[in-house]
Design a protein around this ligand. Structure first.
Ligand SMILES: [Mn+2]
Length: 411
């Protein structure tokens, strides 16, 4: 068997709107949007430098239909660099860039081959004795087990199955082209290049079944290092390594504060925890979600003016590293329960506003109103995404705290 190497990438989601960070931080949002493109360019650089023999993208090159041709022009320019380096590219359509979803088109260079969508197809690299089998998505939703219809392996060749799938279920990813690892194994291939799940995962080692994850995290739900996989086959022996491509990262920091902490002390605690985080950034900007918990005598004061306190926390982030951006500040503080003087509730607000769990009809009403607001927000809100990053109960609790603490201050 010949020796060769290839890159397996998936879920580029080019054109994906940026989710997270305050809308007012347009420059910061731009930096993160730019990161998705830079990540793909970095991967193309690696493919050319390491002289790979071919390049696979297992679905979701595009995040959805193009607003204009900008993203198609970008992709063409990058894959043309692969063509000039003599590297063939194999694309598969996923749920986000299914045949019926993408209406615009830019002619791609001759090195690009795309798997058919109505039946499985095979591409052969005769000189390497490599066969690539795959079927893309015709529609956004693919409910059949596509893998079962994949063709028999080319005998004596290195066979690769390319498939966009959630396997038997990978929450929170939508269930598409469902199949079991056993179904894949039954095809008798040497490697399965999967796409759809955004986390890197070695699903099986015999045969090697891999989700490379996406190239760039796009929201707080996509944390940690992101990239593709470089697979090397030497005399029938397969090895792989990850190529990290992300140019910006998302992270989370949970911190419990002490009841008597003043604002300065809270900021000092945050800065102390940021030291190691800043050390790990390797020149990437970081969008950080900070969650504060614990009892605090400052709870009412802070909750009454959330924007000022948020700016203080952002400033603390910048004192630790110039490129730590506060993605969100989650305040989960409890009032001090013992010996605390309750504010005089002149208006009787506390008795009017439900404490504890909210009644279902109030939650339903809140959800309707949030949906109304979401439909008027600028781009960036995907279908099924919670527009304000929290569920209705958490938003109502925040609103209740804000109202009560302002009323307490006024009283
Ligand atoms: Mn997908």
């Amino acid at each position: 068997m010949s020796s060769f190497r290839f890159i397996h990438a998936a879920d580029l989601h080019l054109g994906s709107p940026f989710q997270g960070l305050a809308m007012k931080d347009v420059a910061i949002a731009e930096m993160f949007i730019e990161a998705s493109r830079k990540a793909f360019s970095a991967l193309v650089d690696q493919a050319v430098e390491r002289k790979v023999d071919f390049f696979i993208v297992a679905g979701d090159v595009y995040d959805g239909d193009w607003k204009d041709n900008k993203i198609g022009l970008f992709f063409n320019r990058e894959v043309a660099r692969l063509e000039r380096a003599g590297i063939p590219v194999f694309l598969l359509k996923g749920n986000h860039d299914a045949e019926s979803v993408i209406t615009k088109t830019i002619t791609l260079p001759k090195n690009v081959s795309e798997f058919p969508v109505n039946k499985p197809g095979t591409f052969k690299l005769e000189h390497l004795k490599v066969g690539l089998h795959g079927q893309g998505f015709a529609e956004r939703s693919a409910v059949e087990n596509l893998a079962l219809a994949y063709p028999k392996p080319e005998p004596g060749w290195f066979n690769i199955g390319v498939l966009h799938t959630s396997l038997t279920g990978r929450e929170p990813h939508a269930p598409y082209a469902p199949c079991s690892v056993e179904d894949l194994r039954s095809r008798g291939y040497d490697y399965w290049a999967l796409g759809h799940v955004h986390d890197f995962e070695i699903v099986s080692t015999d045969p090697l079944v891999v989700f490379p994850g996406n190239l760039q995290g796009r929201s707080i739900r996509e944390q940690g290092a992101k990239g593709a996989v470089l697979v090397t086959v030497e005399d029938g022996r397969i090895s792989y390594e990850r190529i990290i491509t992300d140019h910006a990262r998302f992270g989370e920091l949970a911190l419990e504060i002490a009841p008597d902490d003043d604002v300065l002390m809270i900021l000092r605690r945050i800065e102390a925890r940021l030291e190691s985080i800043a050390g790990d950034m390797q020149d990437r900007p970081l969008a950080l979600r900070i969650r504060l918990t614990g009892q605090s005598r400052l709870r009412n004061e802070i909750t009454a003016r959330p924007a000022d306190f948020r700016d203080e926390v952002q400033a603390a982030c910048h004192r630790s590293h110039a490129d730590i951006w506060l993605e969100k500040l989650e305040m989960r503080l409890d009032p001090i329960s013992v010996g605390a003087a309750l504010p005089t509730d002149i208006l009787g607000l506390e008795s009017l506003i439900p404490s504890g769990a909210f009644p279902p009809e109030l939650l339903a009403d809140a959800e309707t109103k949030i949906a109304e607001i979401a439909s008027r927000l600028p781009g960036g809100i995907g279908a099924g995404e919670l527009p304000l990053g929290d569920d209705a109960a958490a938003l109502l609790a925040e609103a209740r705290d804000l109202l009560l603490s302002r009323a307490a201050k006024a009283g």
